[in-house]
Each structure stands twice: as C-alpha cells, then as structure tokens.
Ligand binder design. Structure first.
Ligand code: PMP
Length: 449
C-alpha cells in the first residue's frame, strides 16, 4: 500500500481538487480524512474534529448511520446496478420516487427524474424548462433569469446561471441568454438598502424590470436557491420568494427552486420552498438525499409541467437527456434509508432548534471579534463574513481566512472558507453541546485574525 502522505509531499500529484489551484497544493495540502463517527471526522494524523461543514452540506445524518450503511450493503448484494433508461427500472428507484413525491407533495411535486448529483439536477431542470415551452409551441422562450451570488453547479448550463464571477470567468463563453438580478443580500447590495423587506421589494422590482426588458415571451425560467448557500448563506427576507413566485406566475415564467442544499431539512424546514410557503414548478435535489453516502440527485417536477409532457401530442415530448447513474439502485436504497431516518429523527426541527442556538453563539462571536462584519444563517446553514474594516467592509484577505480555518481546526472544528466567508453546515443531528464546541472552536480560530 502506498504511503498516502506521498500525495501531499509531491505537490498533490496525481489529484487535482475541485475549486483549488493546482499550483497551491504544496503550500496548502489537503487534510486527509480517514474516518468519521457521529458528527466528527478523524484525519490521517489521528486528530478528531467536529465536522462543522457536514461533508459538503450533505452528511445530515452524520457518519455512523447504520440504516443507510445496511441498506447500501443489502442492495449491493441484491443488485449493484441496473439502468433506468427507457425500458428498465429498479425497485429502489421506483420506491424512492414515490417517497419523494409524497415528501414534497406539499410543494406540488408530482414526478421525479433521477440524476447523479446537483449539477446534473440543475442541468435537467434547465433542459426540461426549454423543452416544456417547445412542446407548448412557444419555442422562443429559451432565456433564463437567476440571482447574482447564486450557485447552481458546474455544468455549462449551471455555470451559466451561476451568479459568481469566480465560477464563470475562466470558462466563457457560457450559455447565451442568461441574465442576473441582484440578490437580496442586506450586507452588500447595489441599492444601499438595509431593511430586508424593502430590499426584497427592490430585488423583485429588478426582476420585473428585467422581464420587461427581455420580453416575458422569451424567458423559459427563473432559477433560485431559497436560501443562497455557496454564495455566502444569503437569507432572503421571508417575503422574497413569494414575490418572485407571483411575478413568474403573472408572466408565465417557470420557477425552478434549487434545493440542492436546502432540501431535506437543512434550513429548518423540509425544503426551502416550504420555508417560504412557495410552490415552485420544479425542484432540484442532491447532497442530503442520501446524506452524502452515495452520489445521487433528483429533479422534481410539478403537476402542471408534468401534464404538458404527459399529454404531449407533438413530436417534442421525448426526453433526450439522462445519466448512466440516473436512479442508481444503490443510491436509491441509500436515499430510502436516509429519508426514513431524517423523518424519524425530525431533523428539520432539530436544524431549526440547533440553528437558533448557533445563531445566538455566532452573534456573540461578532461582538467579541472585530473581524466579523456580518453573521447570517437559517437553520443549520450559517456564515460569518470577515472584513478588515467595518466601515468600508473590505473583505478579509486569503491569508487571514486560512489562518482562521487552521486555528479552528487546531481547536477541534473543521470549517469551510469560501472567499471571505466562513461557512457552517454541520450534520443536522447536532446536539446543543456540539453547537457550544463549534462556537468555542470558532472563537479560537477568530482569535488569531
Ligand atoms: N446547486 C446548489 C445550490 C449547490 O450548492 C450545488 C453544490 N454545492 C450544486 C447545485 C451542484 O451540486 P453537485 O456539486 O452535486 O454537482
């Protein structure tokens, strides 16, 4: 067996990591994670830390969920793979699709198209949106609208609707016909508006204006995360998604809720759409669908959209899109077990309860550490935005961010840095004591800034 440290000693070769510069590997070698138990992970040097990143917003049930492990083992034994392409299906995928339409029935979801991850789910939703209009005889409806700061994965479609320059600029030209409006981000917005409700109205007005400018009959869909995750946990005012829903409805524009992070309880409700009381036309899911135990995603389709495909009398209804691992039986078996556990443990309620405790702890850290410019969160998704100066809101530099993350790790807490944000998304079965431990680790981390 190879010495695993060989990787870091040799400048990271042969792995290139997502979202990392291949030339920075020597200066910033990855933490090599070997084991996980409960809410904690252990690295190659034997150090155990609380995983306040929850894998990557996904390990909602922690690392020791026996029902998921057993379901995976049993499915591997019975049937490790069969395709869900036209003509065949598998038991777990059929069962999970039923569960998902029931689980997200209150949001109006009626059909499931399985994928192998979040980017695939977004790509599927964008394609189905265009096809929907083609079937309806409005083939000019091809454009997409999205929020600045939104994150929708890394395929060309998703990257095109992404609202963050870092994920776009090296890959242009992206898909044409995509337009962005300002996110309802209170801390930084082009309107200099600090009242969340008024800001929601201003952003909704920007959406109206963009629709008028483009022409509603050229727009296929608007895509948004109910709570923006990777862009720095931007929590819109509770009125915002409802305003968007009303505007889209009035102009016949489909609303796609990207629930890859917010689905399955993370924001303190079973979905972000449910949190804001909105029924989208489609929802994209991944990550916590298996609690991260197996790669799987799903695009959920609302009744009205499904009807158009299912009663199609044109030649445009056949879906020319899909993935080899769409509805992978092992992934779906993992998904069924994860859903059952999530429901049994009422993780949505725990996320809301622990999230409130975490918010209080983070506000306390803000008063203690000058470098914290803003604290945001909902349920168990939270961010601390670090600035070198409160008045100008100048973002903290990369070196400071790494130093904070390293010190927090030394103090026993894994956190994630994205730009000048510390992002927290711990497993949802967190205890009150875990919240205290995360706050203590952050306190130690921020002390070195
Ligand atoms: N949408 C959102 C909202 C996400 O946060 C992510 C991943 N962080 C994706 C899509 C893409 O998912 P994946 O990385 O599984 O392709």
């Amino acid at each position: 067996m190879r010495d695993i440290n060989f990787l870091t000693e040799n400048n990271g070769k042969p792995i290139w990591h997502p979202m990392a510069h291949p030339a920075e590997m020597r200066a910033q070698p990855p933490k090599i994670i070997m084991k996980g138990e409960g809410v904690s992970v252990t690295d190659i040097d034997g150090r155990t830390v609380i995983d306040a990143v929850g894998g990557l917003w996904n390990v909602n049930l922690g690392y020791s969920c026996d029902p998921i492990k057993q379901a995976i083992a049993a499915q591997l034994e019975a049937l490790p793979y069969y395709s869900g392409f036209r003509g065949t299906s598998t038991g777990p995928s059929i069962e999970l699709a039923y569960e998902l339409t029931e689980w997200f029935g209150p949001e109006g979801m009626a059909r499931v198209f399985f994928t192998s991850g979040g980017s695939d789910s977004v790509e599927t939703a964008l394609r189905l949106a265009r096809q929907y209009w083609k079937i309806r005889g409005q083939a000019d409806r091809t454009k997409f609208l999205a929020l600045k700061k939104g994150y929708h994965g890394t395929h060309f479609g998703g990257a095109s609707v992404n609202g963050n320059a870092n994920f776009r600029r090296n890959y242009e030209p992206l898909m044409p016909g995509v337009f962005h409006i300002p996110a309802p981000w209170v801390y930084r917005n082009p309107f200099d508006e600090s009242d969340p409700a008024r800001l929601a109205k201003l952003c909704a007005k920007a959406l109206e204006d963009e629709i008028a400018f483009q022409g509603a009959d050229t727009i296929a869909a608007f895509i948004m995360e109910p709570v923006l995750g990777a862009g720095g946990v931007i929590v819109p005012h509770e009125s915002f998604m409802g305003l968007v829903r009303e505007i889209c409805h009035r102009h016949g524009i489909l609303l796609i809720a990207d629930e890859v992070v917010t689905g399955f309880g993370r924001a303190g409700a079973w979905s972000g759409s449910r949190l804001w009381g909105v029924k989208p036309d489609m929802m994209t899911m991944a990550k916590a669908i298996t609690s991260g135990y197996f790669p799987l995603g799903a695009t959920l389709i609302g009744e009205a959209v499904a009807d158009v495909f299912e009663s199609d009398k044109t030649s445009f209804g056949a879906i020319g899109h899909g993935y080899t691992y769409s509805g992978h039986p092992v992934g779906c078996a993992a998904g069924l077990a994860a859903l059952a556990e999530t429901r049994r443990l009422r993780l949505d309620e725990n996320a809301a309860r622990r999230g409130a405790e975490l918010a209080t702890a983070l506000e306390r850290l803000k008063t203690r550490h000058d470098i914290v410019g803003d604290v945001r969160g909902r349920g168990l998704m939270a961010a601390l935005e670090l600035v070198s100066d409160h008045a100008s809101k100048k973002p903290a530099d990369k070196k400071t961010m790494s130093a904070v993350a390293d010190a927090a790790y030394e103090a026993g807490v894994m956190i994630r840095v994205s730009g000048n944000n510390i992002i927290l998304s711990p497993p949802l079965m967190l205890t009150a004591r875990d919240v205290e431990a995360i706050a203590a680790g952050l306190d130690a981390g921020l002390s070195v800034a």
